[in-house]
Design a protein around this ligand. Structure first.
Ligand code: 2P0
Length: 329
């Protein structure tokens, strides 16, 4: 059936997510099918708002991000994504897109996850498609793998699947650990990091440990799900921290070897362990950059954030809670 185009602009909001069981490697780089399933927590107060309107009077797509025309590379990635949406809706009309990130970029939370989840939701609806959450997750995945998880709130599992139709995210049942907090720490940025896309490609193609990663991820995921179900924060933290380190072992063992850590990253990892030994339970996770996210609970978040604020300064410490899935505004 032909989609009926929305005459009005459509705005959607999507929040960022932090992976606890990491996605690191694609089996299919074009469709973005991962080697492993992953599990994330969607965060409140870091989000992207995106407005899309298909407009016959335009000759090409108009793309504005944070009030500016982005780089040609970014524009191409958005146009490629819009082509997927136009294909599904069977239209050939240019779009105007305006996107605003409410994400502290320096904290390393500015991910493509909230961006492509918000774009998938706004563009599909503006094109007249009425996708359910599962279809929306599959569409968002085509823009950026981690975006398929930002369609949903709180704890989310991206089931790897084997093809475009069965690789999508699902929310976990709303059970324990609702008092989880993420303290996002901004450290100094060194040289420009290897992009996630390049980094995971290099890991898949050159790390001799990649097959072991695929195997261990499956086990880590099952264990983390059980810890969440039981509300077992200790096991939750240990497995999350371990899985992050196993991901980073892939970068260190790639050829050429690389790392996202810098000196401050290592110092913060040690401080987290020190806090833990002193009886304040917390764990860390790290993505494709030097910044560290500390996992803790509501009862300890004030003490932990104050400790890190003393070391890094108030402006480099941000507290996040579980957040919601995609919303239309
Ligand atoms: C994750 N990361 O699970 C992992 C852990 C970073 C470290 O997903 O190539 O931007 O667009 O599918 O989703 C970052 O990679 O990569 C990422 P593409 P994406 O969150």
């Amino acid at each position: 059936t032909m989609a009926t185009l929305s005459n009005n602009p459509v705005t959607a909001r999507a929040h960022t997510n932090i992976a606890l069981i990491k996605y690191w490697g694609k089996k299919d780089e074009s469709l973005i099918i991962p080697y492993t399933s992953s599990l994330s927590l969607t965060l409140d107060h870091f989000y992207t708002d995106t407005t899309v309107r298909f407009d016959e009077s335009l000759s090409t797509d108009q793309i504005i991000i944070d009030g500016q025309i982005p780089s040609e590379k970014s524009r191409q990635r958005v146009r490629d994504f819009l082509e997927i949406v136009r294909g599904k809706a069977q239209i050939a009309i240019p779009a105007s897109i305006s996107s605003t990130n409410h994400v502290p970029t320096a904290a390393g939370l500015a991910s493509s996850a909230s961006a492509f989840a918000a774009l998938a939701a706004s563009a599909s609806k503006a094109a007249g498609l009425h996708l359910d959450a599962t279809e929306l997750s599959k569409l968002a995945r085509r823009g950026s793998g981690s975006a398929c998880r930002s369609v949903f709130g709180h704890f989310v599992e991206w089931q790897r699947g084997t093809n475009d139709a069965d690789s999508y995210a699902k929310p976990l049942p709303d059970t324990g650990l609702n008092d989880i907090r993420v303290v996002a720490l901004t450290v100094e940025r060194g040289q420009k990091a290897v992009s996630s896309r390049q980094g995971m490609h290099l890991s898949v193609t050159t790390s001799p440990y990649y097959p072991a990663w695929v195997k261990t991820c499956q086990a880590d995921l099952l264990q983390l799900k059980s810890a969440i179900e039981k509300g077992d924060f200790t096991r939750f933290g240990k497995i999350s921290e371990l899985n992050a380190m196993r991901m980073h072992a892939l970068t260190l063992s790639a050829d050429p070897s690389f790392t996202y850590f810098n000196g401050q990253t290592l110092a913060i990892m040690n401080l987290v362990k020190q806090l833990r030994h002193q009886g304040t339970e917390c764990y860390y996770t790290i993505d494709a950059g030097p910044n560290v996210k500390v996992l803790c609970q509501q009862s300890t978040v004030a003490k932990i954030s104050a400790t890190f604020a003393q070391v890094l300064g108030d402006q480099n410490v941000i507290i996040a809670k579980p957040g919601p899935g995609v919303q239309y505004l």
